[in-house]
Design a protein around this ligand. Structure first.
Ligand SMILES: NC(=O)c1ccc[n+]([C@@H]2O[C@H](COP(=O)([O-])OP(=O)(O)OC[C@H]3O[C@@H](n4cnc5c(N)ncnc54)[C@H](OP(=O)(O)O)[C@@H]3O)[C@@H](O)[C@H]2O)c1
Length: 318
């Protein structure tokens, strides 16, 4: 009996040890080696097609994707709500990447169904040439209990902006990608969609949708040569979490975050991309599985510590 327990103990230790070693190896490979060994597709992004579409492209993570994809030789469709900011970002990219063609489309994703006929018309002519879709646009509600959300309409806004935009644009552009047998769809979720997101229940749930949708879509599209990535950032120094200009080792700038994210293309399909966010995501999921109550308490403490997350002003992110 003692012998059996001992064998079982060693067996479990060996399995857990092997799993841990594999995780450490995968972390080192994905963060440091894959790029150095040329295992990602960064050198050949145009292979997906000459145009990339980026939503929420006038600030933060979306703007960084637009700039970096342009620098890699792609023409860019910038989609956001403010025409003047679109013009400004378009000029900025043209100055940096002289041969890039840019198209801008101004729509407000909280407007629901009506905007998709505009998008269909605007994208029709280049639809066969669109190889990359970055579903980045996102907003959050005030950090508060669901009972204290100031207006019921805000639930529709967040669903339209964070979920519907991704599903509808994917539905619009995927048929041409399938015909071409190539394409890349990058969906920006959040670590908040994987563990607990107390006081941010609607935002967290919308991001859980993004992650689940992306993973299932990835499985659906693999045989068509289309890659789907679920990107799960922690805090990035942008306007959305109120951290503009406040980068640190655990809160990268949007540019640094997107560089890590682009480096993961062809290497990982579900990833937090940045080294610190990968550790955060890993432990969030492990603890969520083994000790959900502890994670719940830690998350509430963390939200309290990051005082900026308690802003109730939603004007910059709706
Ligand atoms: N930053 C983080 O810490 C963090 C963490 C996890 C996940 N994320 C996710 O990353 C994505 C980008 O976030 P971010 O931090 O880069 O945000 P951001 O800096 O606030 O930029 C958001 C972009 O989306 C546009 N936008 C917002 N609402 C829109 C609407 N209703 N219709 C059209 N465009 C709209 C904004 O346009 P305007 O310029 O006109 O405002 C801006 O270009 C989001 O999906 C977010 O949930 C961010």
């Amino acid at each position: 009996m003692v012998f059996c327990v001992e064998v079982l103990g060693w067996g479990i230790t060996a399995v857990l040890g092997a799993k841990l070693l594999h995780n450490v190896w995968h972390f080192v490979y994905a963060v440091y080696l894959a790029n150095a060994l040329g295992h990602n597709v960064i050198a050949n992004m145009k292979h997906y097609g000459p145009w990339a579409v980026v939503t929420g492209a006038t600030d933060g993570i979306g703007k960084a994707y637009a700039r970096q994809l342009a620098a890699l030789g792609l023409n860019i469709v910038l989609i956001s709500r403010s025409p003047s900011k679109l013009q400004q970002v378009s000029d900025e990219i043209k100055r940096e990447s002289k041969t890039t063609q840019i198209k801008t489309v101004a729509v407000d994703f909280t407007n629901g169904d009506s905007i998709y006929s505009t998008l269909r018309k605007e994208l029709f002519q280049i639809s066969r040439e669109i190889g990359i879709l970055v579903n980045n646009v996102g907003m959050k509600l005030p950090t508060c209990n669901v009972a204290d959300v100031p207006s019921g309409e805000q639930f529709a806004d967040i669903i339209n902006c964070n979920i519907m935009s991704m599903a509808r644009l994917t539905n619009l552009l995927l048929p041409a990608m399938r015909k071409q047998k190539r394409g890349l769809i990058i969906n920006i979720g959040s670590v908040a969609g994987t563990g607990f997101a107390p006081m941010r229940a609607t935002y967290g749930a919308s991001k859980a949708f993004v992650d689940k949708f992306s993973c299932d879509l990835a499985a659906e599209c693999r045989s068509d040569g289309i890659v789907v990535q679920s990107i799960l950032p922690g805090y990035v120094a942008t306007k959305l979490p109120g951290l503009s200009g406040k980068s640190s080792f655990d809160v990268p700038t949007a540019e640094a975050y997107v560089l890590a994210s682009i480096n993961s293309i062809g290497v990982e399909t579900r990833t937090a991309a940045h080294w610190f966010h990968k550790i955060l995501l890993y432990w969030t999921e492990v603890l969520y599985f083994f000790a959900p109550n502890i994670v719940q308490r830690l998350t509430i403490k963390f939200i309290g510590r990051k005082g900026t997350m308690t802003v109730t002003d939603n004007s910059n992110s709706s």
